[in-house]
Structures are given as structure tokens and as C-alpha cells.
Design a protein around this ligand. Structure first.
Ligand code: CP
Ligand code: NVA
Length: 298
């Protein structure tokens, strides 16, 4: 059977995505049900910082009896310019799965093209599909099926926002994106999924009657030098109590974290009872366990 990668949500069918999320809920409730992955090794190639993703993958492998090897740019030959095509072929002969966090999505795609083992996108400049597994799991646990619901994204049209567009199409929900001029998500994605996604300039209007409000940092990893300029550009795009008041009274708030209280989200909203960010963070581990289990079957 051909090797299966997880570079975007579109790499799995909706049935496969639902199966992974259902399984994540199952292994969260009964961790001993997770399949034994002893003797399996996951390599983690990270060109950017991480707390949740790295720890979630490493703990997931440990709990399933397998192991993981963390490779940063500082300590692998990739960091010294060894081609990804060569690294992919070498690692394919030693480990069972690779999770990559990097800048250029093309680099991840090239690695996958030359890899004979599953490759997982642990975040690129363009997408963060693993986070969406956790987010959909979290919504499902708190409110049931997300299909047919209204989700509002407020802030930067970044990697998380692009993955929300993919999720809207796969899980069949309506996505309203509110962002300032010049900070829109990927134009081709917007066009492809225009039946599920609408663009707004006014965050309050976008949040009206939403079932879920989501945001993320205004300056992603790699954009540190633009931080102060971006704080000005995103003025008025903070998710605060006023914005949440526009949403349904049952609306949840999500943020992939790390968060900047007082910038993209007020402390009041982040720490409120309808904020499910800690469950979201925990679910990174359960959903990645389910994803690894799924991909390692092929
Ligand atoms: N949400 C997320 O991916 O967090 P880390 O950057 O800590 O992995
Ligand atoms: N958009 C953020 C997400 C971090 C998990 C970034 O890419 O830095």
C-alpha cells in the first residue's frame, strides 16, 4: 500500500479525519486502548520553536511504547545544508515516521516526495493541520458535531487560518474570516473554498452568531521583525468580551497557543470559562497519538 502523508488536512478523506478524531477521543478516555508502537521510532525535524507539538509527539510515542528522536537545525546535517531529498531517503531507512516543523511548505513537500515513510506537517508557514485535529476534537467534545456550525476567525490570515479554511471544507462548516487589508489568507484557497468561507473587515460583524471564535498571534514565527508594525496593523482586531458578546451565548473560544494576552486576545477572554484553550492543548497529544496510529498502519 502506498505510504500516507499528512501535509494538509486534504491528505485524509473526511471519513479518515473523523476516524482519527473519534479515535483520539477514545484513547483520551482509555489510554490503554492505543495500539502498541514498541520498536517504532518517530523523528522530529524542527526548524522552529515548539512546546506543545514537540512534547505531544514525544509523549504520544512514549505512551505507545515507541520512541522519538528530536533533530534541530543545530544538530543535524540538514542544518548544514544536506539536501532534504537525501535526508528523506536516509531517514526512511532508519525510522518509521517523520514530523517536520519548518518555514517553507515546499521543503516539507519535497521531503515527503522522497520519503518512503509517513511525513507529518508539524507546522509550516502555510499550514498547521495537526492543530486542527485537536481543535475539531475539542469542539466535538464540548458541543458535538461541528458540521453546519459557524466558525469565526479573527486576525492574521496565517498558517492556522489556512488550515481552518481546509477544515471548513472537510468538516462542512461555515467560516467567517475577519482580517485587515493585506493580511488575508491564501487567495487560491479562498477561491477554491468560496462556498464555505467569507471574508470580512469588521470583526464584530464576522463574530455575529458564531458557534466558535478563534484567533492566533499577529506575528508568527519568522515574522518577529514585523512585530511592532503588525501590532499597529491589527488594531481593532482583538478578541475581547465585546467581540464574544456578538457570538452565540454558547460560543467557545479557541487559540492554538502561545497567546499574547492584551494583543490578539484579552486576558478576560483567554481565561474565561468558554475558553477551551487548555483542552485544545491537551488534545494535541491525544489526536497526534491517533494520527500516528493511523499513519503507521500503512
Ligand atoms: N500550538 C502549537 O503548535 O504550539 P507549539 O508551537 O508550542 O508547538
Ligand atoms: N501562527 C503561529 C502558530 C504557532 C503554533 C506561528 O506560526 O508561529
Amino acid at each position: 500500500m502506498a505510504v500516507k502523508h499528512f501535509l494538509t488536512l486534504q491528505d485524509l478523506s473526511i471519513d479518515e479525519l473523523r476516524a482519527v478524531i473519534d479515535r483520539a477521543i477514545e484513547v483520551k478516555n482509555e489510554p490503554t486502548l492505543a495500539e502498541d508502537q514498541s520498536k517504532k521510532t518517530l523523528a522530529l525535524i524542527f526548524d522552529k520553536a515548539s512546546t506543545r507539538t514537540r512534547v505531544a509527539f514525544e509523549v504520544a510515542m512514549t505512551q505507545m511504547g515507541g520512541s522519538s528522536i528530536f533533530l534541530s537545525n543545530a544538530d543535524s546535517q540538514l542544518g548544514r545544508g544536506e539536501p532534504v531529498e537525501d535526508s528523506a531517503r536516509v531517514l526512511s531507512r532508519m525510522v518509521d515516521c517523520v514530523a517536520i516543523r519548518t518555514f517553507d511548505h515546499g521543503k516539507l513537500q519535497r521531503f515527503a516526495e522522497y520519503s518512503s515513510i509517513p511525513v507529518i506537517n508539524a507546522l509550516t508557514d502555510d499550514y498547521h493541520p495537526c492543530q486542527l485535529l485537536a481543535d475539531i476534537q475539542t469542539y466535538t467534545e464540548h458541543r458535538g458535531n461541528i458540521s453546519g456550525k459557524t466558525v469565526t476567525w479573527i486576525g492574521d490570515g496565517n498558517n492556522m487560518c489556512n488550515s481552518y479554511i481546509n477544515a471548513a471544507s472537510q468538516f462542512d462548516f461555515e467560516l467567517k474570516v475577519a482580517c485587515p487589508d493585506g493580511f488575508e489568507p491564501n487567495a487560491d484557497l479562498l477561491k477554491t473554498h468560496s462556498n464555505r468561507v467569507a471574508l470580512f473587515r469588521d470583526p464584530a460583524e464576522a463574530a455575529r452568531e458564531a458557534d466558535l471564535v478563534v484567533t492566533d498571534v499577529w506575528a508568527s514565527m519568522g515574522q518577529e521583525s514585523e512585530e511592532s508594525e503588525r501590532i499597529n496593523s491589527f488594531e481593532g482586531y482583538q478578541v475581547n468580551a465585546e467581540i464574544m458578546a456578538e457570538a452565540k451565548s454558547s460560543a467557545l473560544f479557541m487559540h492554538c497557543l502561545p497567546a499574547h494576552r492584551g494583543e490578539e486576545v484579552s486576558a478576560e477572554v483567554l481565561d474565561a470559562k468558554d475558553s477551551v484553550v487548555w483542552d485544545e492543548a491537551e488534545n494535541r497529544m491525544h489526536s497526534q497519538k491517533a494520527l500516528l496510529e493511523y499513519l503507521l498502519k500503512f
